[in-house]
Design a protein around this ligand. Structure first.
Ligand SMILES: *Cc1c(COP(=O)(O)O)cnc(C)c1O
Length: 389
């Protein structure tokens, strides 16, 4: 019934399940187990559980199912499996579908933990992983050989905000029989068109915009029902990566305000990027929503994160961070609180210098995750910190 309404309405109502009390706000079912009405009912449920029948919270429970169904409805996916963190989702999607002897092609610009799974874990089990520059379609074309099992990339890369052409990469992957698995955190479910553009599985760290208030870890693997309820769920339920019911409830309620928050944060990010572009103390302002961004056409909404490069390098970047008042020095993103991060010394500290340089993670680069404060205040805070330098 709810399926005909828009993403924004789905965010408020999608997936709701009500108990016999008809509660308006979705219940937190803080239970790992279920009381079967009879031995025969337990047997039947273990044989095949219906959509509203639960066995054990490592497999799912009503609050977790509401969160899965609501985010799937927003994303336009058939099904979702909610995970303990974004990394449990990335690991689960890959480990559930890839086996020894397979080839995986991935974009090189990846979140550090994603890189660890692709570079260290998969090869340990005999999976060949090949890295390409995600914005260079010729490299994808050369690397995706027939029989490649999967391609993996962040649709908007962290922290340099390169936007990958999902439709073009998916066309190459599907022609070779490969699955397309995307980490879609920076695009957010609000702006995502990943499935219509050809992604098979869409993975989120819901720790970011879905919670949006920096409280809980969570993640989600979204995709076709046969894949999510099949190999993905089987892998996740037996390896213990499910989300906790409490975290699922926080995320479920976060989805009600996701559309409003993300649109407000993106509008502020655009205003901040426009106010900073051209400032002589900055050698680069990177924001997909600016017409100057090389892949602007692929992500005109721009998202909630921008990056700036201080012409004065690390000293100037540190001085700016230390003078900020509203902006917090931290490493979350998508939060209601605006956050400034120096990737070269924090999130990407462990990368060797030559790889940082190849990925554009220069000593002067700062990632700015825009929150829900007054955008005028956020701009003044940045400008006065720059002026004081
Ligand atoms: C944060 C993040 C992750 C990991 O998510 P967690 O919830 O911290 O495990 C994966 N990919 C991207 C792009 C992220 O930003």
């Amino acid at each position: 019934m709810m399926g005909k309404w828009s993403k924004r309405t789905q965010g408020v109502h999608g997936g709701a399940r009500r108990s016999q009390y008809g509660e308006l706000s979705e219940a937190l079912f803080l239970t790992q187990g279920f009381d079967y009405p009879s031995a025969g009912a337990a047997e039947a449920r273990f044989l095949e559980a219906g959509p509203d029948e639960f066995i054990y919270a490592r497999y799912g429970n009503p609050t977790m199912a509401m969160f899965e169904d609501r985010l799937a409805a927003i994303e336009g996916a058939e099904a979702g499996f909610a995970t303990a963190s974004g990394m449990a989702a990335v690991n689960g999607a890959l480990m559930a579908l890839v086996r020894s002897g397979d080839r995986v092609v991935a974009a090189r610009a990846l979140f550090g933990s994603c890189l660890y799974i692709l570079e260290e874990i998969l090869p340990r089990f005999g999976v060949e992983v090949v890295f390409v520059d995600g914005t260079d379609l010729d490299q994808w074309r050369d690397a995706i050989t027939p029989g490649t099992r999967a391609v993996f990339f962040e649709t908007v890369s962290n922290p340099t905000l390169e936007v990958i052409d999902i439709a073009a990469v998916a066309a190459l992957a599907h022609a070779a029989g490969a699955l397309v698995i995307v980490d879609n955190v920076f695009a957010t479910p609000v702006f995502s068109r990943a499935i219509e553009q050809g992604a098979d599985l869409v993975v989120y760290s819901t720790t970011k915009h879905v919670d949006g208030q920096g409280r809980c870890l969570g993640g989600m693997i979204l995709g076709p029902r046969d894949m999510v309820r099949g190999p993905v769920e089987t892998y996740m339920k037996h390896t213990g990566g499910a989300i906790s019911p409490f975290n699922a409830w926080v995320m479920l309620k976060g989805l009600e305000t996701l559309d409003l928050r993300v649109r407000a944060q993106a509008a502020s990010a655009r205003a901040i990027a426009a106010a900073l572009e051209g400032d002589p103390r900055l050698s680069r302002v990177i924001y997909p929503g600016l017409p100057s961004h090389p892949q602007h056409a692929l992500f005109p909404e721009g998202g909630t994160v921008l990056a700036v490069e201080l012409a004065g390098g690390k000293d100037a970047a540190f001085a700016l961070l230390d003078r900020l008042d509203i902006w917090k020095i931290s490493n979350n993103l998508g939060d209601a609180k605006s956050i400034a991060t120096h990737p070269a010394t924090t999130t990407h500290q462990r990368l060797p210098e030559d790889r940082k340089a190849a990925l554009g993670i220069s000593p002067g680069l700062l990632r700015l995750s825009v929150g829900l404060e007054d955008p005028g205040d956020l701009i003044s805070d940045l400008k006065s910190a720059l002026d004081a330098g």
